[in-house]
Design a protein around this ligand. Sequence first.
Ligand code: GAR
Length: 221
Amino acid sequence: MSSPLRIAVLASGRGSNLAALLAAHERGELPVEFVLVASDKANAGALRLAEAAGIPTLVLNPRAYADRLAFDLDLFARLDGCGADVLVLAGFMRIIDGQALKPWVGRMINIHPSLLPKYRGLHTHRRALEAGDAEHGVSVHYVTAELDGGPVIAQARLAIQPGDDEHTLAQRLLPYEHRLLPAVLKLIADKRLQLASPDGVAFDGRQLSAPLRLQGDQLIG
Ligand code: GAR
């Protein structure tokens, strides 16, 4: 049997997406090995989850570096050394320098709470509401030098309700996030997904014309 995909997770916050990955792994649905959880915030909940699960952790304080590039180069040098095959950004709230991430293009994914290409960056729920959108959603995409701009692998959608505010919408979206990220990672672990350069996604060897969609716990083309 081949060895499981080794992943490192980067997270800045509470870590509910990391928790979803750990739970899927625990249920035997995600054939990966967690080699590292790294954060730019010493108080990130994700680090506590990792410690509880016995996963090595790394915290780097951006204020200890001269600039963003210096931080990113050090972070990625350490990530290079941790033995990960794939990097998962699960609520990592920093823009990453294109030079630092270049060696990982095609091996790094990010979860972003919008239907990309809509609403790159911050405050995605508020912006969807302000735009009067009928639906909102979450995307998992390959990371490239362009912020939230890499090829989208898969999305989950939900209808915006008349009474929704930023908070309720974010809350209602989270369970979709928690199914989408493990489902995408499972496809990567099963070697069914590739970045098809320069800006496409190949699924089972065929270039996708639209992102995969989450139906229940399954991704469909
Ligand atoms: C999630 O909603 C994730 O989609 C978002 O941060 C949250 C992290 O929550 N990511 C971004 O906004 C990235 N641009 P978590 O720490 O509970 O997983």
